[in-house]
Ligand binder design. Structure first.
Ligand code: B12
Ligand code: SF4
Length: 507
């Protein structure tokens, strides 16, 4: 198929460009024992839904906030909520910034700006782990690894005047002793839900392209006590929880226990799982009965050899359709994640992938151009083969081609990726993927149009801090519908509920 050139989309400026930083005032003062935590700006891909950026906040900053020692005032600023530059008058004594590679450059600009005002800047997060020396050039101190352990030490050292440039902690410590994330610092009105919750850390897989296989990242599989997770959800009083675990299904016995504990809460939730949770359909049933309305599944590729190359232990792609159907039978929507540009992908991959998604009526999908993250086996392999095109981390956002693909040109991959999104979010494709049950069609269409085809609307909601006000009633409506659905499912021994009647925000 000849993929047409990308159609230009109009994007509001503030979705593409970070807010300008004001001139530093000569009379700037520093407020002692005040810490500001920042999630830096990153440009948004107009092809994907803007909604995903306000679905739920990163858990990094609330987790660190929870570990802040008494006597410190802590606040939060997320530049992606489009409220302008972060506060700086007076300058906080400490500024903590989370750094991912896609917004590393912005993080460094902010860091340099705050340091010029006299703040102490601490950088942490995934990118600091993979490129510590680069980050250190812009920080008074870097936190490599688990910030929950490091943050209190860092603040104590700031107080004592003994701050070191580098702090390190691994992720092997058991979770149970960690303080609960402090969600009270979040602007509740700006997120679809503030309940981003983690139950397990790590994953039983170690795919070569995944950040989990970054050199120096030792993240053994850890599970939190089920009651701890439940207590956090109850305390946040939201109808909808997003589990941000890499893979909530790594240990089926744990997931089952979690479902048993979640069921009485009568909330709805979604989570990322690998497709092998369908090995046991009774577990999928437990998930539905516990309020699961949607799963985010990394199918990655429909080509088995790509999965073997990536060392992903997964059921064969030929069996994906049957397995996706198991979720659907239990009223769970499937948001599939697909990576494009693997070494066995040829130009046909785009059409084949979209055709498969439509045939199997996946309610939503995300596409990612294969991205070799620095420090991963994939990056090393590409570097050895001379295929890395540049190291402009801004473009390592899975929406740009940063390597030479094997069986197509850079342009073909770029166009193919855009074509996949344009096609999937088209009226025709949304219609073709409608649920088989006619009663469910209206809810599905409402969700699809609100989530996927309303980027202008999302922009307004985000800017005017109306996200929760507009979405909360829909979520509440979905929760009530889901409760009725669960009742029906519970009455049937081996039954199925086939309905996409609930709105589940997909990541
Ligand atoms: C929630 C989430 C989102 C949310 C919010 C992200 C945000 N930045 O606001 C949304 C849906 C918007 C999102 C979007 C995207 N995401 Co995302 N997302 C996640 C997810 C699922 C959870 C993040 C989280 O809360 N983790 C839990 C916290 C506790 O862990 P942590 O961040 O590592 O923080 C710990 C330490 O690193 C450290 N730390 C972190 N920051 C700081 C700061 C200081 C000061 C200190 C002391 C310590 C410290 O302490 C913390 C506690 O131990 C992760 C996968 C995952 N499970 O981690 C992917 C992930 C971060 N996302 C990823 C990607 C690629 C994206 C997208 C680019 C995808 C796309 N094409 O759309 C976009 C773009 C957004 C962006 N540039 O970040 C990748 C990043 C890969 C990489 N190497 O950087 C990840 C790892 C997924 C993956 N498996 O590949 N994402
Ligand atoms: S299954 Fe997913 S989370 Fe686990 S290692 Fe592979 S890509 Fe990463």
């Amino acid at each position: 198929m000849d993929i047409p050139a990308t159609r230009t989309k109009t994007v509001p400026r503030d979705m593409l460009i970070a807010p300008g930083l004001p001139e530093i005032r000569p009379d700037v003062s520093v407020q002692p024992r005040r810490a500001l935590l920042i999630n830096p700006f990153y440009p948004k891909d107009p092809r994907a839904s803007y909604g995903k950026h306000v679905l739920t906040p990163t858990l990094a900053l609330t987790s660190i906030a929870g570990a802040t020692p008494a006597g410190w005032e802590v606040s939060y600023w997320d530049e992606n909520l489009l409220q302008g530059p972060p506060p700086s008058q007076p300058a906080p004594e400490v500024v903590g910034i989370t750094v991912h590679l896609t917004f590393a450059r912005r993080a460094y600009t902010l860091a340099d700006w705050y340091r010029r005002q006299g703040s102490r800047v601490i950088l942490g997060g995934l990118h600091v782990l993979s490129c510590p020396d680069e980050a250190l050039e812009h920080a008074d101190a870097i936190a490599v690894g688990d910030g929950v352990q490091l943050w209190p030490q860092i603040l104590n050292d700031v107080e004592r005047g003994t701050l070191r440039p580098r702090y390190e902690a691994d992720f092997s410590r058991a979770y149970a002793t960690d303080p609960a994330p402090r969600r009270s610092i979040l602007p509740r009105e700006s997120f679809l839900t503030t309940s981003s919750v983690i139950a397990t850390r790590g994953c039983h897989n170690r795919c070569g392209f995944c950040y989990l296989s970054t050199d120096g990242l030792h993240m053994p599989y850890r599970m939190r006590q089920v009651q701890q997770v439940v207590a956090e959800i109850v305390a946040d009083r939201q109808p909808y929880t997003v589990f941000i675990d890499n893979n909530l299904g790594s240990r089926p016995d744990y997931l089952r226990a979690l479902c048993t504990a979640l069921r009485p809460l009568e909330i709805i939730w979604s989570a990322a799982v690998t497709i092998d949770v369908t090995n046991d359909p009774t577990l999928v049933r437990e998930m539905a009965l516990a309020g699961c309305t949607g799963v985010f599944v990394g199918f990655e590729s429909l080509h088995g050899e790509n999965l073997t190359d990536a060392r992903k232990r997964t059921p064969a792609p030929e069996d994906y359709a049957r397995r996706a159907e198991i979720f659907h039978r239990h009223g769970i929507q499937v948001n599939g994640s697909f990576v494009l540009g693997f070494d066995h992908d040829r130009p046909e991959v785009f059409e084949q992938t979209v055709a498969w998604i439509e045939k199997n009526r996946l309610e939503c999908a995300t596409f990612h151009i294969l991205t070799p993250y620095p420090g991963t086996p994939l990056f090393r392999q590409m570097e050895m083969e001379g295929r890395i095109l540049h190291r402009d981390w801004d473009l390592y956002d899975t929406g740009h081609v940063v390597f030479k693909p094997k069986h197509m040109s850079v342009e073909e991959l770029d166009r193919g990726y855009a074509w996949c999104y344009d096609t999937l979010f088209s009226h025709q494709s949304i219609w073709r993927r409608r649920p088989a049950d006619p009663r469910a069609v209206l809810g599905y269409l409402a969700m699809s149009y609100l989530y996927k085809r309303s980027n202008r609307f999302w922009h307004l909601l985000i800017k005017h801090r109306l996200t929760a006000a507009v979405w909360r009633p829909l979520i509440e409506h979905s929760r009530r519908r889901h409760l009725r659905l669960r009742e029906r499912l519970a009455r049937m021994d081996n039954g199925e509920i086939r309905a996409s009647q609930v709105i589940s925000g997909g990541v």
